[in-house]
Design a protein. Structure first.
Length: 224
């Protein structure tokens, strides 16, 4: 939509799809050189599917409860993704632990967003854990997906201060605002060929990124 031969992207969701909406907005505004080829949810009836349908994107349900095991589901999911000739798989609130077979198949072309400053607070309840630890800042990381849960090399991080009186809900809201900025940015960099993973490291413009990825403060990013 935004360029000749745009990168075909398949987005995996499990819920409301707010980061999906950020990608849809960027795509529709021709700010992202991608084609949103399909949205796949492992749960029926979620808001993210409605967002996809409203944007004219194929919205597919592949219910994980209908499969006997994790590998069976992942194998079927790979078949659906590959049928759309995806050059990039984007996990946007996809609440599944992926098998090694799946992560190997999309090695170097799958991104995830995690609401913490990785490697801190892998897994769930990140906002509450940051508060309980007495941290002064929190944030969000876009990273390449590997077999290690939330452990692939970081592409970009946005940091937000933890304010006096913050609770998990208020902190999550401010972190989510940054999510909607940095996820489309990472996808844009990948689509432009600027962001890649090689030898277990993330590279931007052929320069290795630090372990934290490209760093952004709490304001709108000043990045190319």
């Amino acid at each position: 939509m935004a360029a000749d031969n745009p990168l075909r992207v398949v987005v995996l969701i499990s819920g409301s799809g707010s980061n999906l909406q950020a990608l849809i907005d960027g795509w529709q505004q021709q700010q992202l050189p991608i084609e949103l080829a399909a949205v796949i949810s492992n749960r029926p009836g979620v808001l993210g599917l409605e967002r996809a349908e409203n944007a004219g994107i194929p919205a597919i349900v592949l219910d994980h409860t209908q499969f006997p095991d994790r590998l069976g589901f992942d194998t079927a999911l790979m078949e659906v993704i590959d049928s759309y000739q995806a050059g990039l798989v984007v996990l946007a609130g996809f609440m599944r632990i992926l098998t090694t077979e799946f992560t190997r198949h999309y090695h170097g072309r799958m991104l995830n967003i995690h609401p913490s400053l990785l490697p801190k607070y892998q897994g769930l309840h990140t906002h509450q854990r940051a508060l309980e630890a007495g941290d002064v800042e929190h944030g969000v990381t876009v990273h390449f997906v590997t077999a290690e849960l939330d452990g692939g090399p970081a592409a970009i991080q946005a940091r937000v201060p933890i304010n006096p009186g913050d609770d998990a809900a208020s902190l999550a809201q401010r972190v989510q605002q940054q999510e909607h900025i940095i996820y489309p940015l990472a996808v844009k960099w990948f689509a432009e060929g600027r962001l890649r993973m090689r030898d277990g490291c993330a590279f931007l413009d052929n320069e290795p990124l630090p372990a934290s990825g490209h760093l952004i403060g709490g304001a709108a990013p000043n990045v190319p």
